[in-house]
Design a protein around this ligand. Sequence first.
Ligand code: NAD
Ligand code: MG
Length: 385
Amino acid sequence: MKSVTILGATGSVGTSTLDLIERAPDDFRVVALTANCDVAKLAAAARRTRAQRAVVADERCLPDLRAALADTDVEVAGGPDAVAETAAMGADWTMAAIVGCAGLKPVMAAIEQAGAVALANKEALVSAGDVMTAAVARHGATLLPVDSEHNAIFQCLEPANRERIRRVILTASGGPFRERSLYEMRAITPEQAVAHPNWSMGAKISVDSATMMNKGLELIEAKHLFALDPGQLDILVHRQSVIHSLVEYVDGSLLAQLGPPDMRVPIAHVLAWPDRMATPMAPLDLAAIGRLDFEAADMKRFPALALARAALEAGGARPAILNAANEVAVAAFLARKIGFLEIAAIVDDTLQSYDPGTPDSLDAVLDVDAGARRIAGETIEAKAA
Ligand code: NAD
Ligand code: MG
């Protein structure tokens, strides 16, 4: 029996993880579940799974959580420190599914326990990069890629031939505005941006998919997960989201992983890894799908991609700045403070006006993150004034 903790248990990835775990109650024991403030959903999940502990990151929500679980023996706690302490409880397997850099400290705490950490929370790795991979090596932890592209790459990697990889190609659906002109993109609303054609996801990653910043973050994520050079990483637009990514070897062979566009497939892979487990989805019907389309990504219409590519190549503090500014800009877009095209513009402004040295510790990464958030926030306020 595997003991599991889910950080971000009430979100899209967290809910898919719970679904798989609850279908196999003999295989998993839940140590802890965390959420930001969705008390009703968190308490219900803690009850159903007989979790040892339930935690809200927002301390103001703790009284409600306590009341909701008063008749159970589930321990409750609140606050960001409680989330990080919970990640350090030493579960065999931890799902890191908090959205944004808010998940960084808990992910690092889980890594320090030397267990298996299933990483959905790409922002944490984009920001902390080398600091996180060094901690993984130092503590002997195992980082398992949940993001569908990275999970596909993980499945296509031949351990004996790591030195024989020519290219890794991340596929991108192109998001809901794949065919829109820049002019048409000016008036996009949050409602339009969060309606993804192929995947059902949280609001932040849905907006990132629409700007294609998501694919940019994924390039940086892939560099760190698989120790690749930036020049080995490519993007290919593939609108059906059936091929989740490809690995090309020096002999010309391309290995791809295909599957239904349902996060339960990659989550099941890392949940059972190195074994395999059954999932409830209908098998992929390739005859019904009929064809697979590919096209090059357009960096002009999706400037976020070019910004992320530059941050990938520059390294240092650039990816953390890119990520923090993007988080602030996406939140402002969702709050209707800025337009869709201003998201990338604010990220660009922040990158140009902030140049700290390479962060070499968790605290240094958090400082860069805080500095970039402040600058991006000021830029947004100045635009609104
Ligand atoms: P979501 O918004 O649906 O869920 C986020 C979870 O994090 C929720 O449980 C929420 O309560 C919690 N949370 C939010 N803010 C928090 C904070 N400040 N402190 C602690 N907890 C907080 O997001 P999601 O779509 O499930 O995505 C989660 C992560 O997985 C993101 O990094 C995303 O990029 C990545 N990811 C998601 C998908 C997907 O299909 N949804 C696919 C690949 C990668
Ligand atoms: Mg992805």
